[in-house]
Design a protein around this ligand. Structure first.
Ligand code: FAD
Length: 312
């Protein structure tokens, strides 16, 4: 563990929760860059999770929730605190009820698997997020989506845990889902329920394959990245760009292929900053800094980052 990490290694002693110190986060994120988690914790139940949060609060140690790591950039120096991974069975339960048109999925469920399963069950509403790498918790937190739709469609309730361990079911009306954003004030999503529309399983499965293929053909899905690095500017008002997307502005600034170390603005999709094996988070951040400055200079728009930075 780098000396700058202050999290006490014995923080969670006696709780019976699986804990490892100094765990590399790079293999647990899509970017494959960055340093270690001071403590990497895999609670086996909501009760264990609540006990971890209580201990963190008592000792003033910050915690971070890791989903599939598909929208994360971790500092090269690592993350000083507790990194929580909800990958135990208790957080990966799925119930798909075609009759009731209802889907309930735990925060640790892989969206890659959930989405085709809903299509196969003849349920329409989630298929629109085909091909987006995410856990259910991370997808709902970010309101993951794209032109065909986003994950918020059909959500009826979200089960959350507060920092004090209290669990609540929030109705949809209590949550605002915006562009790649939710206003959830609670730090942890435990489970989400959707009420979807009825559809034809074969047609939905075809739609799933079409949307997935379209994404694969237009985005560098095989490279290491966090998807779109920057948010699209608003259509109107301050910071708008006459309908141009962030990718268009980056392309117009002539930045496709711009590189620092192993990090590069993707030649295929200008809003993806990819990282070749051996890259550092510092490389990726240098590319992002340059893109922000160059786009502001050429178009007057200051791009906002979509990727979540930990410890940077
Ligand atoms: C190749 C590629 C393509 C992508 N394409 C798209 C796309 O088309 N559309 C799109 O919207 N995104 C896209 N992304 C980004 C990413 O898939 C989404 O942002 C996704 O929602 C991230 O989910 P995750 O589980 O990986 O979250 P992580 O990256 O692990 O975490 C992201 C944030 O969510 C929080 N979080 C995670 N789990 C929980 C939880 N249980 N409770 C509370 N907070 C939580 C984390 O603390 C963090 O703040 C792409 C990424 C890649 C690598």
């Amino acid at each position: 563990m780098p000396p700058s990490l202050q999290t006490p290694p014995d923080l969670l002693h006696g709780l019976g929760v699986p804990v490892s110190a100094g765990v590399p986060l790079a293999p647990r994120t899509w970017y494959r860059t960055g340093g270690n988690a001071a403590l990497y914790v895999q609670p086996q139940s909501p009760d264990q999770l609540a006990a971890v949060l209580e201990r963190c609060a008592q000792r003033g140690v910050p915690f971070f929730v890791l989903g599939a790591g598909a929208n994360l950039l971790v500092a090269d120096a690592g993350v000083d605190g507790v990194v929580l991974r909800l990958d135990a069975d208790a957080f990966k339960q799925v119930a798909i009820d075609p009759e009731a048109r209802r889907v309930i999925a735990g925060a640790g469920v892989d969206l890659f698997k959930l989405v085709p399963a809903t299509a196969k069950a003849g349920l329409d509403g989630l298929v629109q997020v085909a091909g987006i790498p995410a856990s259910v918790g991370g997808a709902v937190r970010m309101n993951a989506g794209g032109a065909p739709g986003d994950v918020s469609r059909g959500i009826t309730r979200v089960r959350v845990m507060e920092a004090n361990g209290a669990v609540h079911d929030l109705p949809r009306s209590a949550i605002h889902f915006g562009y790649r954003h939710t206003d959830l004030a609670t730090p942890l999503i435990l489970e989400t329920q959707w009420q979807l529309d009825a559809g034809d399983p074969a047609e939905l499965t075809n739609l799933y394959r079409t949307l997935y293929a379209r994404k694969r053909d237009s985005q560098p899905m095989g490279d290491k990245s966090a998807g779109c690095c920057f948010r699209n500017p608003p259509a109107q008002g301050p910071g708008s760009a006459d309908g141009a997307t962030a990718g268009m502005l980056i392309d117009r600034a002539g930045l496709k292929g711009f590189r620092v170390g192993g990090a590069q603005v993707s030649p295929l999709h200008a809003n993806f900053v990819t990282a070749a094996p051996g890259s550092t988070t510092a490389d990726v951040l240098s590319v992002m800094d340059h893109v922000e400055e160059a786009v502001e200079r050429t178009s007057g728009v200051r791009l906002q980052r979509e990727v979540v930075l930990w410890g940077v």
